[in-house]
Ligand binder design. Structure first.
Ligand SMILES: [Zn+2]
Ligand SMILES: [Zn+2]
Length: 329
């Protein structure tokens, strides 16, 4: 395979990657279907934002947000069935059982963390340990600006964390498990090693029951954009959206079997962060997964970072183990 030059890098020399928006598949079918799958994403995002902007205080709570998240994902599961991006990504029973294991794990961890951090004493301590008056300049900004800033700062941090995971071996070990997925569907974002899930859960699960409105709006933006990262639906995503926001296409390139392609599109929500730092590749990939798409069973996903880390340690400090190729740094 020749690959295509993107900036200074050659993308797609090891595995097929489609480069450039003009080469990406379009929604096929009648005018109604094309209309729905062209407008769904922006309409859903604006509806989510409008809901959290106008919702009365009595329902503007974290529990409502979790309920909306579950309902929205159920709807998208239906869209995957109606209009899949790739037939090769169609949900099988085996895939679904694995996914549900992780989705269940995620909610359990979230509940446990929430049980500790959400307890009254700790909420009280946090609320009183900050001098909230110092944030007056921030809370005086328009609500949507606050929401954008919160989601941007969060995503900026996650961009560098994610890039670090791909560049530093101890962080790569837990993250690599997520890169063994061989197809996208709505629940795949939850699949990974519990160490990674725990780190992410700590970041999101905390500070739960006294979320200010701006944080709920920021959560709505990350749901309305981030939910498409791992999904098997073909959309005609608007040009402005693809320029600003992360998409299934971008994230499928990140999961590609091509090593150079996988070292791009690190952002979760705002792909323009990748554009700024020169790591953005506009395109899509169908063939996913490390080690040529070797499927990992749950048991191996759980133990892999530890067994693989132990193997590397032995290699470095002992001489007994045979040399193993390393998938990524
Ligand atoms: Zn990654
Ligand atoms: Zn992913």
């Amino acid at each position: 395979m020749d690959g295509i030059r993107v900036g200074k890098r050659i993308i797609g020399s090891e595995a097929p990657v489609t480069i450039g928006w003009e080469n990406i598949g379009r929604v096929e079918g009648g005018p109604v279907k094309r209309f729905i799958f062209t407008w769904f994403q922006p309409v859903a995002l604006f509806a989510l934002i409008a809901f959290w902007y106008y919702a009365p205080n009595s329902i503007a709570k974290a529990s409502t947000a979790i309920g909306i998240g579950i309902a929205f994902k159920a709807l998208l599961l239906g869209l995957e069935w109606v209009n899949p991006r790739y037939d090769s990504w169609r949900l099988t029973w085996k895939e679904m059982v694995t996914d549900l294991f992780y989705v269940g794990l995620g909610y359990t961890v979230l509940r446990i963390v929430d049980g500790y951090i959400g307890s009254d004493a700790i909420v009280h301590a946090i609320q009183h340990s900050f001098d909230w008056d110092k944030f007056a300049w921030f809370t005086g900004l328009p609500l949507l600006v606050q929401a954008f800033l919160i989601s941007f700062i969060f995503d900026f941090g996650q961009y560098w964390m994610h890039r670090g995971m791909h560049n530093w071996y101890p962080l790569w070990l837990p993250h690599s498990v997520h890169h063994y997925i061989t197809q996208f569907n709505i629940n795949k974002g939850a699949v990974g090693n519990p160490v990674e899930l725990f780190l992410i859960g700590l970041g999101i699960g905390g500070l739960f029951d006294f979320l200010p409105r701006a944080a709920l709006l920021a959560g709505a933006i990350s749901l309305g954009v981030g939910v498409y990262m791992h999904i098997n639906v073909r959309f005609n995503t608007p040009r402005w959206w693809r320029f600003v926001f992360n998409t299934t296409e971008h994230h499928s390139v990140h999961h590609s079997q091509d090593f150079e392609a996988s070292r791009s599109n690190f952002a979760g929500i705002y792909i323009f962060i990748d554009r700024i730092f020169g790591t953005c590749v506009d395109g899509e990939a169908e063939v996913l997964g490390l080690e040529g798409g070797r499927r990992m069973a749950i048991r191996e996903q759980m133990t892999y970072p530890f067994t693989e880390g132990w193997r590397s340690l032995k290699e470095r400090f002992g001489r007994s183990a045979p040399a193993q190729p390393v998938a990524a740094e």
